[in-house]
Structures are given as C-alpha cells and as structure tokens.
Design a protein around this ligand. Structure first.
Ligand SMILES: Nc1ncnc2c1ncn2[C@@H]1O[C@H](COP(=O)(O)OP(=O)(O)OP(=O)(O)O)[C@@H](O)[C@H]1O
Ligand SMILES: [Mg+2]
Length: 553
C-alpha cells in the first residue's frame, strides 16, 4: 500500500455538488482527497488504501451496501476503517432509525449533521486520520512481531536440530563407552586366561620338539589358535582403551616410509599408493607398534573397498584444532594421519555403525568388525581422536588425530635379536599374581628357564616373605590385584629392597601414570618374551632379546 494513498480521504456524495464542496474543504486544509462515483468504486479505492471516507446518508440510501459491508467485516485485525457520515438536518441518531443501522454496519463512524461549519469537518477529518495512523502503527508492530516470531521459530528450529544432533552424538559416544567397558572387562579376563594357555603351549613346543608328528601338529595348531585369540583380545582391549601402550615420540614420516612395502603388499597390485608427509612434521606421541597396526587396518579396509583397484592415499600433516573444531579435542596442534580411498564408500547407516565392535559388512569369516574399533580406541587412549567421512560411491576418508610429542623423537632403540640364551646365572625370582592358574603357568615358564621361583598370591604375602628374610634377585608382579596393586607393591618394595629390579606383568595399564618407569611385560607372553624381559631386568647393559614367537607372525 503506497503511503500517499493510505492517507487520502475518499468522498462518496453522488448528489449535487456536495462531493466537490467537501473535497475542496479537505484539500484546503492540506489533505489528499478523491471522489468516488459509487459504492463499488469506493470499496475498490478503500482496498487500494485510504485514511478515511466521507459519505452522505443519501449515498447509502440509494445503493446496494453489500460490497461495503463485506469489505468492512473482512478487514484485517489491525484495521477499523474510519467513516464520517453526513446526515440531513435533524438526522440525529435518536430521530433517525436508519442511522442506527449505519452505525452498526460502518462500525467506526462519526455522524456530522448538515449544514456544518468547515472547521468542524476538518477537525473530524483530522481525528479520523489520526485514528487511522494509529492503526497503521499497530499494523507495523504486528508485522515486526510477526517477523520476530518467525525468526524466533527459525531459531527454535535450529536450536532444536542442533540439540538433537548433540543428543545423538552423546548417545553414540555413551553407547561406545558402555560397549567399551563391557568388552574391556571380558577381554581383560580372556587375556588373563590366555596367559597360561599360551605359556603352557609354548613350553610344550620348546620342551618336546621331538614329540611325535601328530602331537607337534596339534600343539602348533593350538598355538596358532591361541595367537589368533590373542590378536582378537588385543583389538578388543584396544577398543576398550585398555591396551598396554608403550608411547613415545614417533617420527611419522619415518614410520610411514618404513611401512610402504608392507602397505603395498597388503593392498595388492591393483591399488595405486600415494604417501604424502609434511616435511616439517613434529613427532607424534604414540605407541609405534599399535600405530602401525592401526594404519594397516585402515589400509586393508581401503583395499576391501576397492575390489577393482583404485587409489589409496596416506597423508600425515599438522593441523590446528580450535575450541569449535571437529573433532572435539582440547585445542592445540595435532598430527592428522589420513587414509583416503576412492572405493565403494559407506551409506549413512554403515558409517554410523562402522566403529562399533563386531560391526562388519564383510562375509562371515572375512571381517571381525574390530579393525576400526581398535583404531578408535587407540586414538582415544593416546589423547587424540578418530573420524570417518564417507559417501556411497565416493570413497572413504579416515582421520586419525594424534597429539604432538613434547620432547623430540627418542632414538629408536635398536633391538638386537639373538637366540634364547640362559642368563649367566640362576636367579631367585619372587613372583606375585593373585590368579593361581596364571601364576602357576608363569612360574613354570620361569623355572624352565633355569631360575628358582618363590610364589606369592598377593602383595601382603610377598612383603611378609621379604620381612622374614627371603633373599631374591628379582620381582615379577601382576598389576591388577585386589587390595594392593602391582604399582603400590612396587613402591613398597623399592623402599624395602631398593636394589632388587621389578618387572610388571600387565593386561592393561588402567591409569598409566603410576607404573610409568617400571619395565613391563604385556599379557599374554611366551617363554621367549619372559626370557628377554628377565635378561633386560637383571643385565640391562647386556640386553639379550629373543625374537618373540608372536613377532614372527
Ligand atoms: N574404507 C572403507 N570403505 C568402505 N567401507 C568401510 C571402510 N572401512 C570400513 N568400512 C565399513 O566398516 C565396517 C567395519 O570396519 P572394521 O575395520 O571395523 O571391520 P571389518 O573390516 O569388517 O573387519 P576386520 O577389520 O576385522 O577385517 C566394514 O565392514 C565396512 O562395512
Ligand atoms: Mg577392517
């Protein structure tokens, strides 16, 4: 509605010169005025915009009022269009029954009896216009309110959507956390049980190499199964963030360079491999062995997603994470290791579940569904994060965020490998483990290496033996024990017998801080691992390491 129209006066006075006279008066006082010839025209002009209408009683008497009545009753809520009705002499309400009808129909109407003084008309006209302007104000406010409401509605919708996403993410995180706790507990127990199994089988294989062929095959098979079980349990522990990690500063450029052959032999000839590394990449804080395993898992997934070949890109670069960045990490500089393929990709459902343990779309027997679970758990345990992006048909990108190591890269200790060699002397070892079956198998393994073993089922019993004057050369203790854990026991021992070296056997680290600095042996272990650990413990300057049976796999 144009503003000039909205202020104009409309006059309907079909008889004589009334319309001209009235319009003249109104124009003289500075108002816009237009004359309409009929009720229909008046309604059309009002609809186009007007401030008020001046109508004579005669005009109403001789016309069909329906169009006007219809317009009035259908005005928008803010509008109450003002009319001035010029009545005949003596046409006051009390003596004019028709006027009552007009009052009812027109609603906002002022009666002006003719003849009138021009100033009366002008003051009534101005009052009507003022009233109309207030209506326009109300309309403007309503419009504003309406806009505000729709902005508010939009905000509410946005917030609600964001809230729903956050709730879904939280739900997802909680689900993984709960799954992690469950699997972690189960995996930990299995890991413990695997220790005597692997230990005994290992011992049998070493001790009776000339056993009949069938027996040897059976033992080898059992060992292979135990090794596969160990791998599974390790992945589960990885997912549950309960792996025993040996983190240090790792040069990723070097690590990736060293993995090139392994990657290319794992993914096969039909996949093009690109490895890109930031030249100034700072060292990452990670367990290099587990990290290699994680990268390999991601590369194998990429291979499986490109059955007809494609391109696999591995990128290591520095990224800055801010307070609002994804993934949610405490702000700072991280190293992002991305494994990118242009394979089949994942639909939304698969993507949402990919990290869940045991979720696999691969045929039975081909996928454990633990690959990504392990990577996810490792990232979390290292203080980083893991993120997947994928579109069906477009490929997949897996990003592993790792914290930057504070100190420089530790010179990778060269690991000399030598055949199993008995230590120069027989040791007396105090072995503490609350689980009898594990303890007996471990003791047997150590005895078989030519050492004497004193067993204790807990910290208190071990301390009691030492208080009674027991002389020992080394202590080997389990970590997770009721009442006094391995780290607490180690602290007591360090004051009681400061010169006796201590080896911790761990299934997982729990809080790693309290055992940092003590040599560790991860469960389950074979006799070779135990021999190497003992040698490193009592003859640190002359470390002799046996190639672990498992490291040959
Ligand atoms: N690069 C990828 N492209 C397409 N789908 C993938 C990719 N990586 C993972 N997935 C999907 O996520 C699922 C879970 O992956 P995950 O690595 O955890 O288990 P898996 O590969 O099935 O089994 P495993 O790792 O034991 O061989 C896969 O089965 C597959 O459906
Ligand atoms: Mg996999």
């Amino acid at each position: 509605m144009k503003p000039d129209l909205s202020e104009r006066a409309l006059v309907l006075a079909p008889h004589g010169r009334d319309a001209f006279v009235a319009c003249g008066m109104l124009r003289e006082s500075g108002l816009l005025c237009e004359i309409s010839a009929s009720i229909e025209e008046l309604v059309a002009l009002i609809s186009a915009g007007a401030g008020f209408a001046l109508i004579t009683e005669e005009a109403l008497e001789t016309s069909d009022l329906q169009p006007l009545a219809g317009w009035i009753s259908e005005q928008p809520g803010w509008s109450d269009f003002p009319f001035i009705l010029l009545t005949r002499r003596g046409g006051g309400l009390e003596r004019n029954p028709a006027a009552n009808r007009y009052l009812e129909m027109l609603g906002n109407v002022t009666f002006l009896e003719r003849p009138f003084h021009p100033t009366t008309l002008i003051s009534l006209a101005e009052a009507a216009l003022r009233g109309r302007r207030r209506q326009y104000d109300a309309r403007a406010r309503l419009d504003e309110l309406h806009q505000l409401t729709s902005v508010l509605e939009q905000r509410v919708e946005e917030r609600t959507a964001a809230h729903e996403i956050a709730v879904a993410q939280l739900h997802e995180a909680q689900k993984l956390e709960t799954l992690g706790q469950l699997t972690g507990g189960v995996a930990h127990d299995f890991n413990n049980l695997l220790t005597p199994i692997t230990g005994a089988l290992d011992l049998l294989q070493r001790k009776y190499p000339e056993i009949d062929a069938r027996g040897a095959r059976l033992i080898a098979n059992a060992l292979q199964a135990a090794d596969r079980a160990t791998l599974l349990v390790q992945r589960l522990l990885g997912f549950a963030r309960r792996q025993s990690l040996q983190s240090r500063a790792v040069d990723l450029a070097e690590l990736l360079g060293g993995m090139r052959d392994l990657i290319s032999s794992s993914v096969g000839g039909s996949v093009e491999i690109h490895i890109r590394r930031d030249p100034d990449l700072p060292p990452a804080m990670a367990d290099p062995n587990q990290l290699e395993l994680a990268i390999l898992n991601l590369c194998v997934n990429a291979r499986d997603a490109m059955p007809n070949g494609g391109a696999l890109t591995v990128v290591a670069e520095q990224v800055a994470i801010g307070p609002r960045s994804e993934p949610r990490l405490s702000p700072g500089v991280y190293i992002r290791l991305s494994v990118i393929d242009d394979g089949i990709g994942m639909d939304a459902d698969t993507l949402a579940r990919a990290v869940e343990p045991f979720f696999s779309t691969k045929e039975t027997g081909r996928g454990t569904g633990l690959g990504l679970s392990m990577v996810h758990g490792l990232a979390g345990q290292l203080g980083g994060a893991f993120a997947l992006t994928s579109e069906p048909g477009e490929g997949t990108r897996a990003d592993l965020y790792l914290p930057v190591a504070e100190d420089g890269v530790a010179a990778a200790a060269d690991e000399p490998r030598a055949p199993l060699r008995a230590l120069g002397r027989a040791l007396t070892v105090l072995l503490i483990d609350d689980e009898e079956i594990v303890r007996i198998a471990t003791a047997e393994m150590i005895r078989d290496l030519g050492h004497e073993v004193i067993e204790a089922s807990g910290g208190a019993e071990a301390l009691g033996k030492l208080a009674a004057g027991l002389r020992i050369d080394a202590v080997i203790t389990d970590y997770k024990m009721p009442r006094m854990n391995g780290a607490q026991l180690a602290r007591r021992l360090q004051t009681l017998r400061p010169n006796v070296p201590i080896l911790l056997i761990t299934g997982y680290t729990g809080t790693t801080d309290d055992i940092l600095g003590l040599p560790r042996l991860a469960k389950p272990f074979g006799q070779g691992d135990m021999a190497a650990a003992l040698a490193a413990l009592v003859e640190p300057d002359n470390v002799v390491r046996l190639p672990s049976r498992r490291s040959a796999n």
